[in-house]
Design a protein around this ligand. Structure first.
Ligand SMILES: *Cc1c(COP(=O)(O)O)cnc(C)c1O
Length: 379
C-alpha cells in the first residue's frame, strides 16, 4: 500500500486516495447505516441489497441488477445463465485481469485469446472475426478495459448470426458510456461488475453484480446465487454467491456520488491527454474522453526497458504508477498453451504504464506527473 501521508508533500502523488473517498462525512453516514443493520440483524440480502439493485439498474438505464459475492462469480454465473457448458469455447481478450479467463476455466469451458487494439487495449474486431471463423465459439467476453467502451457494435451482427453470446466484463466500467451515448451496462447482453475496493464503484470488501435487460434470466441468476433455491425449494445445483447486506449498504450510499466522481475522472483524463500531447508516447484516443469511466490512465512507452525506467524515475519523485497489466494473459504461467492471437497484447503489456488516477487528484498533482514524464523523455 502507498503511504497515505505522501499526499501532504509537494512531490507526493498517490495512485488511489481512500482517505478522501472515505472522508469524515462519509464515515459518519456509514457508521449510522452499520448500526442500523446491527440493530436489525439483517446479515445477507437485506433491504439495502434490493435498494441498490433498483438504483444501479436505473442509473445504468438497464432493467435488472443482481448483486453477487464478487466480480469473478458474476462472470461465471453469467456464462452459466447463458448456457455455456463444459468443453465450450469462449473468446477472451488477451489484455484483461486474470479473472476474465479464470471464470471461463472454472466452469469447465475453454479459453481462446483475441488480440487487442494497441491504442485502447480493448479487443480488436478483426482479430475477433478471425477467431470466430476458426473456433466454434459459444460466447465472447469483451472487456471494457480501463473503463474504455470495447467496440462491441463492430461484432454484434456476426455474434447474432453465429449465436455467440456476448458477456460484457464491465468490472472497470461503472460510470462509462458506449459510443452511442448510452451508459455502459445498458445493452441487451449481460454485463458483469466488480465492486472490489479499488474499482470506480467500490464496497468495503468483495461484491459484484450482473446487469441485464433479459427479464427471463433473472429468476435463474437469483436461484444460482442462493444454492439453487426457488420458492418451491432447491430446483438446481447452484452455489453461494450472495452479497452481504453491509456491502450492499456501502454501495447504495456510494452510488449517489458516482456520476460526480466519474466527471472528475474525465476532467483529469482530459488534462493528462492535453499535457502529454506531442510527446513520444502511445496515448488513449481523444474520442474516449467523454466515454470512458477512466478507471486507469494508461500510457505506452517505446519498450519494456523504457517503461521500467519511467516507473523508477516517477518513484524517485514520489509519484506512484502501476503496470496494468504487467503481463498479457498469454504470458501468465497458468494460462500457458492457451490458443488464439496475442502478439499485440504481449507488446502492449510490455510497454504500458498507468499514471495515478483517482477523482481527488488536483491540477497541481497532474502537472507534477506530466512534468516528470516530460523531463524523463527529454533526459
Ligand atoms: C476486478 C476485475 C474482475 C474480478 O473482480 P473480483 O471482484 O475481484 O472478482 C474481473 N474482470 C476485470 C476486468 C476486473 O478488473
Amino acid at each position: 500500500m502507498l503511504k497515505n501521508d505522501v499526499k501532504e508533500f509537494v512531490l507526493g502523488v498517490s495512485f488511489y486516495d481512500f482517505q478522501s473517498l472515505h472522508n469524515k462525512e462519509f464515515q459518519s453516514e456509514i457508521i449510522e447505516v452499520f448500526s442500523e443493520i446491527v440493530k436489525d440483524s439483517s446479515f445477507v440480502e437485506g433491504p439495502y441489497n434490493e435498494k441498490f439493485e433498483t438504483d444501479f439498474a436505473e442509473y445504468l438505464q438497464a432493467k435488472h441488477c443482481l448483486l453477487l459475492a464478487n466480480g469473478t462469480d458474476a462472470i461465471e454465473i453469467a456464462l452459466k445463465a447463458q448456457g455455456v457448458e463444459h468443453g465450450d469455447w469462449v473468446a477472451v481478450p488477451c489484455i484483461t485481469f486474470f479473472a476474465s479467463a479464470e471464470a471461463v476455466i472454472n466452469i469447465g469451458a475453454k479459453v481462446v485469446f483475441v488480440d487487442v487494439d494497441p491504442l485502447t487495449g480493448c479487443f480488436c474486431p478483426n482479430s475477433f472475426e478471425r477467431i470466430a471463423s476458426s473456433y466454434d465459439l459459444k460466447a465472447f467476453i469483451p472487456v471494457h478495459i480501463y473503463g474504455h467502451p470495447a467496440p462491441i457494435e463492430a461484432i454484434e451482427k456476426l455474434c447474432s448470426e453465429k449465436k455467440i453470446k456476448i458477456i460484457e466484463d464491465g468490472a472497470q466500467a461503472a460510470g462509462g458510456y458506449y459510443r452511442n451515448g448510452k451508459p455502459l451496462g445498458s445493452s441487451d447482453h449481460m454485463t458483469t461488475y466488480s465492486f472490489y475496493p479499488t474499482k470506480n464503484l467500490a464496497a468495503f470488501g468483495d461484491a459484484g453484480a450482473i446487469v441485464t435487460n433479459m427479464s427471463d434470466k433473472v429468476d435463474l441468476i437469483k436461484s444460482i446465487r442462493n444454492h439453487g433455491r426457488s420458492p418451491s425449494g432447491h430446483t438446481l445445483i447452484g452455489r453461494n454467491s450472495r452479497c452481504d447486506h453491509l456491502q450492499a449498504a456501502v454501495l447504495y450510499k456510494k452510488l449517489k456520488d458516482l456520476p460526480k466522481l466519474a466527471e472528475k475522472r474525465r476532467s483529469i483524463a482530459k488534462l493528462y491527454l492535453n499535457n502529454f500531447q506531442g510527446l513520444n508516447l502511445r496515448l488513449p484516443p481523444e474520442e474516449l474522453i467523454p466515454l470512458s469511466s477512466w478507471h486507469m490512465f494508461p500510457i505506452g512507452l517505446k519498450s519494456k526497458e523504457q517503461k521500467l525506467e519511467l516507473e523508477a524515475f516517477l518513484k524517485d519523485r514520489d509519484i506512484a504508477s502501476m503496470k496494468f497489466y504487467e503481463k498479457s494473459l498469454a504470458q501468465e504461467k497458468p494460462l500457458a498453451g492457451t490458443p488464439g492471437e496475442f502478439e499485440t497484447s504481449n507488446q502492449f503489456a510490455d510497454t504500458t504504464l498507468c499514471m495515478p488516477m483517482n477523482p481527488f487528484l488536483t491540477e497541481d498533482q497532474i502537472m507534477e506527473v506530466t512534468g516528470a514524464v516530460k523531463e524523463f523523455l527529454k533526459g
